[in-house]
Design a protein around this ligand. Structure first.
Ligand code: ZN
Ligand code: ZN
Length: 315
């Protein structure tokens, strides 16, 4: 069925969602010349314990679970700069629990210092202290598995001070990677499950409602028999679908939806939120000889690399 459109309602709901995100994630920005903060407090979610670890050892330990220790050196080093920036910028993200970051995908996957390998220690050492900066502050450099051809605009996903303003870029390097193209069929009988998770259990129909300027879907509209409807963020639809049917259901927000008699056919590009460094692309670029700095410059257009603690080094 075709649904009537109300741009004003859509804008209102997206603004409310953005405000909720901002208040949930507000934290202070870290200047690039900050010194003396060379450890991070990591919250271990399984036990509630907080582990204080040296920043550089932390970076070497998260790389195996974030990009894999067998990635080529230039890709590992680019990921090391991103992971370090993220950990520095997210200082105090878990302040309520006495920590900076947690050990899950909510922040960065940390399974203990023993996860570091020879290769990831080398990548951390080769990039020691290097961070991504914007306006003199370290940014929470985003990264994801596969963009599928074009990266996303971070501010279309998160609205907080640590998120950098990056220009979406074309990416031909990841197109042959698993997850660059995907399909998912949502049977009509399962629409209520998803609708319930999204807080509108009466919904039986859905359609793409709005796109962000990076081309990804920003919002979908859910509709119930009788005319009631609700606009929901595409990011939330993907998150709830992942909870229900796994991360390989709706893999990204870069998709089209076609309504068929038996349900909804999703056809999409990329895996993950799509912002910042595309890990599959970074690995392919490193294999074809691109340097760490070229990889960082491609995916973080609008940010610069600086040395943490070096006054005046930003941008
Ligand atoms: Zn966390
Ligand atoms: Zn890509």
């Amino acid at each position: 069925m075709r649904l009537a459109r109300s741009a004003a309602l859509c804008a209102l709901l997206l603004l409310a969602a953005a405000a909720a995100l901002r208040s949930a994630r507000a934290a202070s920005r870290i200047p690039v010349d900050a010194t003396g903060e060379t450890t991070r407090r990591v919250l271990r979610l399984a036990t509630g314990a907080v582990e204080t670890v040296p920043l550089e050892a932390y970076v070497a330990a998260v790389l195996p679970d974030e990009i894999g220790s067998f990635a080529p050196p230039a890709a590992l080093e680019a990921q090391a700069v991103a992971a370090r920036s993220y950990a520095v910028a997210q200082k105090g993200r878990h302040a309520d629990q006495g920590a900076d970051v947690c050990d899950s995908v909510h922040c960065q996957v940390f399974r203990g210092l023993g996860r570091a390998t020879e290769a990831t220690r080398r990548a951390a050492a080769a990039t020691r202290g290097l961070v991504l900066v914007q306006g003199g502050h370290v940014v929470a450099a985003p990264f994801h598995a596969v963009c599928g051809g074009r990266t996303a605009r971070p501010s279309a996903i998160w609205d907080d001070e640590e998120t950098p303003e990056l220009t979406p870029v074309e990416d031909d390097a990841c197109l042959a990677s698993p997850g660059a193209r995907w399909t998912f069929f949502l049977p009509r009988a399962k629409v209520p499950l998803l609708a319930e998770k999204l807080g509108f259990p009466a919904a039986r129909f859905l359609e793409v409602w709005a796109h962000a300027d990076d081309g990804r879907v920003a919002a979908l509209r859910l509709a119930a028999p009788g005319g009631r409807s609700r606009v929901v963020r595409a990011f939330d639809v993907r998150a709830r679908a992942s909870e229900l049917w796994g991360w390989s259901s709706i893999r990204s927000t870069d998709f089209e939806v076609e309504e068929r008699p038996a349900g909804y056919a999703f056809t999409g590009r990329g895996t993950g939120h799509g912002a910042g460094l595309c890990q599959a692309g970074a690995i392919a670029r490193a294999r074809r000889g691109e340097s760490r700095d070229a990889i960082l410059a491609h995916y973080y257009r609008g940010a610069a690399v600086a040395t943490l603690g070096a006054r005046g080094a930003a941008e």
